[in-house]
Design a protein around this ligand. Structure first.
Ligand code: DC
Length: 247
């Protein structure tokens, strides 16, 4: 694993030079894993833009699985029933929108993904082995078709695309992640207790990294990026530079 500290030098490469440098026919899979609150999704999306790659949000797929199970009245603790539902929903992305629009049973499901009931129940659903099996297969099929991809989640570099060309693991201290979450809540007009949020984050990290299937882990061959003292633009610049150095 390589460490990238907050003191990495700023990228000095012109944006145009990036597109020029990456051959548009070349297969390139970049994975970005890490816990919530590290800015992973925004960074992954920006990185994909910068390098003209597709962007896969695998958290959206776990959220869709949860929304479908809730809406169809499936018992969320019955992993085979949830997995069957996800399989028959035939989750697909429409790649012409930004971000790509996720469809289930042929209908867009994006409006459900961040609703509170889904957010509250997605973590246990994502620890169901049978559900992970269906979604990991689906993500690998997407990777076969979209061979120029930034894929973001928890197990993308360790399980789904273990042969990825470049792997990143984004991290930040629980306190910083809690402060970012508290800020989001305040912006939505909701109360935020920083200490309580930090405790929740620490508990969830422990659950996610000790679960039996697809645990949150930093692969040995990933570049670990601590985003505690970096803003989003700074993180993306560092990642662009590292991709160019690797590819
Ligand atoms: O990144 P997110 O908050 O949208 O992820 C939603 C949930 O799905 C979260 O509990 C982590 C889980 N997840 C996972 O277990 N594996 C992935 N590849 C992506 C997300």
């Amino acid at each position: 694993m390589t460490e990238l500290t907050a003191h990495a030098e700023p990228c000095t490469v012109e944006i145009d030079a990036v597109g020029h440098f990456l051959d548009s026919r070349q297969r390139i899979i970049i994975t970005i894993d890490g816990p919530a609150g590290t800015g992973k999704s925004s960074v992954a999306r920006d990185l994909a833009h910068r390098l003209s790659l597709d962007f896969l949000d695998t958290g959206a797929m776990y959220r869709a699985a949860t929304a479908l199970a809730i809406d169809l009245g499936v018992d969320l603790s019955d992993e085979d029933a949830v997995a069957d539902t996800v399989r028959s929903a035939d989750l697909r992305f429409e790649w012409t929108t930004d971000p790509p629009t996720l469809y289930a049973f042929g209908r867009p499901i994006m409006h459900r993904l961040r609703q509170p009931d889904v957010s509250a129940r997605v973590s246990p659903v994502s620890s169901l082995a049978a559900v992970r099996k269906v979604l990991v297969e689906r993500q690998r099929r997407i990777g076969e078709v979209h061979q120029r991809l930034v894929s973001e989640g928890r197990d993308q570099g360790s399980v789904v695309f273990y042969d990825a060309d470049v792997k990143f693991y984004l991290d930040a201290s629980p306190r910083v992640r809690a402060a970012r979450r508290a800020e989001q809540l305040r912006r939505m007009g909701q109360p935020a207790d920083l200490d309580a949020i930090e405790r929740e984050i620490t508990d969830r990290d422990r659950r996610d990294s000790t679960r039996a299937v697809g645990p949150l882990t930093c692969p040995d061959d990933a570049v670990r990026v601590d985003t505690s003292d970096l803003d989003q633009a700074g993180v993306v610049e560092s990642l662009v530079r590292l991709v160019m150095a690797r590819v």
